[in-house]
Design a protein around this ligand. Sequence first.
Ligand SMILES: [Zn+2]
Length: 332
Amino acid sequence: MNYKASFPQTRLRRLRYSPVVRKMVTESSVFVDDLIMPLFVCPGVNVQNPIKSMPGNFQLSVDNLVKECKVIFDLGVKSVLLFGIPEHKDEDGTVACQHDGIVQKAIRAIKKELPEIFIVADVCNCEYTVHGHCGTIVNNDVDNDLTLVTLAKQSVSLAKAGADMIAPSDMMDGRISAVRKALDENGFVKIPIMSYAAKYASGFYGPFRDAAESAPKFGDRASYQMNPANSDEAMREIALDIEEGADIVMVKPAMSYLDVVYRAKQMFKMPLAVYNVSGEFSMVKAAAANGWIDEKRLMMEIVTSFKRAGADIIITYFAKDIAKFIKEKQKK
Ligand SMILES: [Zn+2]
């Protein structure tokens, strides 16, 4: 762009005096339609375990989860992302592929009461393996190709239960084509895949691991999740996932990776999601609890920055709060 504007003819403050004009020239907005609320489902009846490090979030048994989905849906948030905390774990996460698995049960229960809600099912093994890694362990390493088998099975099982979209979060090579192939072979050609395409090995996931009880028992996830220093590699990850059939690509975490979000949107022009992860949420909540920041203002500033960078979809633990905030604002 060739800007010829110069002072004093051009005064950018002219458009900032009137709130009406400020709204007219607003470039990025967050809508309730953009939001997906992550939820954690656990065994039992009438369970509501508060997740200490994530104020306002809970591990919910299926009955309470259904109630929570109704509350979320009534607020205008039309989509949830489900994570399961199973009763039993095993070596390779096959408990995640069972017909009566915790998330499968949850999906069926939600769909029975609230068929209109759009359920995204996270697909990974870390919540279901005894060692907490995202795949099957062979010689102290997550075996890529063996893990693809369970990921594909898990995806089909979740689709059978009624999931509307499958979201593989494991970062194995080749998982999108494996999942797509399995879904198609089982008649789920219409189920889209939202791929955690550029998922970083991040310290921002700390509170989530409490919530999903999925911390690795040995080592870390650096051999499959991405190095936070890399952005070119993120473009390669995203390109591969698109080639393998991803319908939506995701960058995770969000706040510290907006350069990656921007690049991805510019380069691929694909529907793009960001995951505003647990640590990003908890930092805001903690600072607000100390009276150091204005929580609502920061919340909106952060999610607006995702849209400004190029995101279309925002997965966030703030989804309910944002929906309430937008509703309040519309009343004024
Ligand atoms: Zn995982």
